[in-house]
Each structure stands twice: as C-alpha cells, then as structure tokens.
Design a protein around this ligand. Structure first.
Ligand SMILES: Nc1nc2c(ncn2[C@@H]2O[C@H](COP(=O)(O)OP(=O)(O)O)[C@@H](O)[C@H]2O)c(=O)[nH]1
Ligand SMILES: [Mg+2]
Length: 353
C-alpha cells in the first residue's frame, strides 16, 4: 500500500511523516520523499515465537511526503502539481491540516482553520481531476466528428465524461456521477484523486492531543487528531520509554499505529499470514479477495498451480498452541480457489507447477 501526505504548507505534514517513519527531526528534504513503514501485527510476533529462527517480515506501507498545495503563489502551486503523478499512484491520501496555534509558525493564509483548509484541498483535488476530464472531453469531441468503428462507445464515454465534468465543477467527487460498474470500467484508465480514500489528520496542539477529534470531515473515510510535533519526539525515544510519554499526553497509541490502522481500514485491507522455518510473514490484501488471488501475492506460480489452501485462523492456532495441536484438533481447513480469505488466516498454499 502506498499513501501520501497532502495539505497546505505548515500543517505539519513533514513532522507527521517523521513521526510515523521514525526519521529524526534533523531529516529535512525538498520535493518528494518516500519511506517505508512497518505494519505492527501482534499475531506475527506470536507466530514468530513458533519459528524463532525465521525471518519476520511485516507488511509495509510506503509513505510519501509531498510539497504542500498552496494557492498563495504560482510557484508553490506548480510545485504541488508536479507531485500529481505520484499522488495518482497511491492507494489513499492522508490530508494533514492544522489546528495547532504557534506564534513562531505562520499558518497558511494567516489563519488556523482546519475545515477551510480541507475544503480548499478538496477543491484543488477536484480541479486536478477536472483538468483530466476536460482534456478527455475535448479529445472525444474531436474524435466523434470523424466516423470511427468505436463511435458508439465514444459517445457513451463522452456522455459520462460530461457528467463527471459537471460534478467536479460543483466540487463533487467523481463517484457521485458514476452509476454502474460498466461506467467504472469505462474509466479504468484514470486514477481520479477524488475517488481515492481520504484519511484526515487534524494536527492539534499538545494540550488537545487527548481531546476528542474536533470534527469528522464528511468526505473522509476516517478523521483522527494528534499532535505531530510531540509524536515526532516520542518516535525518537527507545520503544520501552514511549509508553510513559504517551500516558503523560493521555494518548493510548502512537501516531504510527493509529495512522497504519486508519489506512488499513480506509483502504479495506486485511492481512493473511504465512509461516515456515525461514520466513514468518504478513501479507496485505483487500478484504474480499479469494484464495487464488491471495496465492498470487506470494508468487504467480502458486496462483497458477493452485491446488488447496491449508488454512487455520489465528485464534484457533493460538488456542491450540502450535500447528501439530491445531491439526489434531481438526482446526486446519482445506480451502479451494473461491474461498474468501479472512483477516488473520494462516495459509499454507499447496500448488503444483
Ligand atoms: N506547536 C506545534 N508546532 C508544530 C506541530 N507540527 C508541526 N509544527 C511545526 O510547524 C512547522 C511546519 O511543520 P512541517 O511539518 O514542516 O509542515 P509541512 O509544511 O506541512 O511539512 C515546523 O516548524 C514544525 O515544528 C505541532 O503539532 N505543534
Ligand atoms: Mg513539508
């Protein structure tokens, strides 16, 4: 999974980026920056105790910090737009907006207004989608003037594109104008920003870190609030020391864990696990994926030669104690190709190529 931090300048995007990636405050960058974040999974930790010499491989999330979007200068606007191709390749966007007051850090547009910033960001994302749609509309109109074999299909697409255009001009996400799976298929080649799951992070002052989230943004899958600056400092501590500081702050989980969870949920991801003497590993997949597709994540050969998925749920394995006991208790199921993989399934794929 890949996510990017978007929002106005001075909202704390880079601070949050360091808080979740563990990079030190001294780490500064210009332009885009990517870092890989491990997905904490206590199930994996326990499975590792069964195979202590195996490599433990957590699921990971690619986090990208991009320049802030800004309408204050054309240069800043262009800087943000350069990152659009990167944003379009993401699975979700994390909007970071500012609610903290700080006399030494001038806020975007000289006012601290998280909701207004979100609305401006949403409008910017809609505008970027609109540009793509308008381009396509122009090309289709041109093409439709000539007789082509694909005339009917192009007419349908033009009709849909014009609907998208109207929606985006009204600041509505593309999804509001798409009415069927067939229409989504027509749009297969586009990666619309307003279609991507949005996670909102309201960056509050440390005195508000434990308070309820000030508001939930209606176009976001999840809204969380945290204090990026304090989280950045806590992330620099030894893991054993972090809890005391979080307790002090009144916060149950560090920003890293909260954000990872929010991303997993917003994108609809679950993890299945594989265990063996050389590797114990968590694999992220979308909820609803069948056993063959899951097998393909591990290796295309395993999907091609799929025979059965020997599956045990984490809770059953944990209760039994180990694989042998789970087998004796009849907890290992032989699942076929169409089995829908569940979160925490431990799978041994049988295959033949
Ligand atoms: N007081 C306070 N300052 C913060 C917080 N988060 C970020 N800052 C400060 O705000 C400034 C801009 O932060 P930065 O992460 O670079 O913002 P970006 O432009 O969105 O990447 C820096 O001086 C940070 O130290 C916060 O939660 N509280
Ligand atoms: Mg920054």
């Amino acid at each position: 999974m890949r996510i990017a931090f978007v929002g106005p300048p001075m909202s704390g995007k880079s601070t949050l980026f360091r808080a979740v990636t563990g990079l030190p405050a001294s780490h500064q960058h210009v332009g885009e920056q990517l870092a890989v974040v491990k997905v904490p999974d206590p199930r994996l930790d326990w499975l590792h105790t069964l195979h202590p010499t195996a490599r433990k491989v957590e699921a990971t999330i690619d986090c990208i910090d991009v320049p802030g979007f800004s309408h204050e200068t054309v240069a800043q606007q262009n800087e943000f737009r350069k990152s659009l191709p990167t944003l379009r390749k993401c699975d979700a966007l994390v909007a970071v907006v500012r609610a903290f007051e700080s006399p030494s850090v001038p806020p975007y547009r000289n006012r601290v207004d998280a909701r207004a910033d979100l609305e401006e960001l949403a409008a910017e994302l809609a505008f970027c989608d609109l540009e793509q749609v308008v381009n396509r509309v122009e090309r289709l109109e041109k093409s439709l003037k000539k007789p082509t074999k694909t005339h009917e299909q192009e007419k349908r697409e033009l009709d849909l594109m014009q609907r998208l255009q109207a929606a985006l001009e009204n600041n509505q996400p593309v999804a509001s104008a798409v009415h069927s799976d067939d229409e989504w298929k027509l749009l297969g080649g586009f990666q619309f920003l307003t279609r991507m799951p949005l996670i909102v992070v309201i960056n509050v002052g440390d005195d508000q870190a434990a308070a309820p989230t000030p508001f939930a943004y209606e176009h976001a899958r999840t809204t969380i609030s945290l204090c990026a600056e304090t989280e950045e400092q806590i992330a620099q501590l030894e893991p054993a020391d972090r809890k005391a500081f979080l307790d002090d702050l009144g916060v149950a989980e560090p920003a890293h864990d909260r954000l990872v969870k929010a991303c997993y949920e917003s994108v609809g991801l679950i993890s299945f696990l594989t265990i063996g003497d050389d590797e114990v590993r968590a694999w992220p997949i979308r909820r609803g994926v069948d056993a063959v597709e899951a097998a393909g994540k591990v290796h295309t050969d395993i999907a091609r030669g799929f025979i059965r998925a020997e599956t045990v749920s984490y809770n059953d394995l944990k209760a039994a104690g180990d694989m042998k006991a789970a087998k004796a208790a009849g907890k290992i199921r032989l699942e076929g190709k169409t089995y829908i993989v569940q979160d925490g399934d431990i799978i041994n794929f049988r295959f033949n190529v």
